[in-house]
Write a protein that binds this ligand. Sequence first.
Ligand code: G3H
Ligand code: 13P
Ligand code: ZN
Length: 323
Amino acid sequence: MPVHYTELGLVNTKELFQKANEGKYAIPGFNFNNMEQLQAIIMACVECNSPVILQISKGARQYANQTLLRYMVPGAVQMAREMGSNIPIVLNLDHGDSFELCKSCIDNGFSNVMIDGSHLPYEENVALTRKVVEYAHDHGVTVEGELGVLAGIEEHVVAERSHYTRPEEVEDFVARTGVDSLAISIGTSHGAYKFKLKPGEPFPELRFDILEEVQRRLPGFPIVLHGASSVLQEYVDIINKYGGKLENTAGVPEDQIRKAIQLGVRKVNIDSDGRLVFTAMVRKYLAEHPEEFDPRKYLGPAREELKKMYIEKCKLLGSAGKA
Ligand code: G3H
Ligand code: 13P
Ligand code: ZN
């Protein structure tokens, strides 16, 4: 049965980005695949009074079942309200890859969809994005597009294969597609292996010159930074201490996230840091309590630690206190 996002207590991104522009902060885009992640995100954003964009990828839909996820979200909204909070909550399809997928999400209560045509030739990206925007806007749903290719969606793919966003294409793309926000490629990539660093080598600078040029051409237009996990070393260390094997991981330093926000980034996507926290805490708990087999015992502490991490992210992004 089709449902409109307003019936689920959700909002689109329009007003959130307007306020974020005025206040020069970014809204978190946090991915989730299961109940504990969703609880942690909501509890964190309620506690620090931050607006939030909940993100479901195609893979998450396949993993958790699209119908179940769709029913979990109004539950999460209701939970926030019962906690006495009125934080704005957006439900976003992350990296939608076809019109049909975006349409299905719009028909099933999503309030924002990302259509990622970044791998397509430019004109095909424009045409696909335009088609999604037309359907979405008819339903009051906002749309994120993407220009420029981030290196590998899969982990272990290093950043060399990205191609950066060309600022000269941005105005044309936004004008012809009507997108409400735009993901750009300035050197980040997805996963826990964003940069290939030798020991002691400093983190490379993101291409802030591209962001500056985009801002010059489209002042105030909401820009989205994907692949923005910092790959928090303390959790990588816990994972490795308790039997894991994550080597040569590297993420985006926090000062570079702050700088990107100063230069117009209004949405920051974080998934991998949540995965690392979750895995670290589960590994630690099970290693320290080999007799335990009740999932609540090891998922509970993971959820609690995740919540703390999300609060820190909201503070970093400046969205804490802005709901
Ligand atoms: O962009 C990638 C997100 O982290 C989602 O990842 O496709 O493995 O769910 P996923
Ligand atoms: P990370 O892998 O850096 O967390 O990026 C997540 C993302 O961009 C989701 O779309
Ligand atoms: Zn992404």
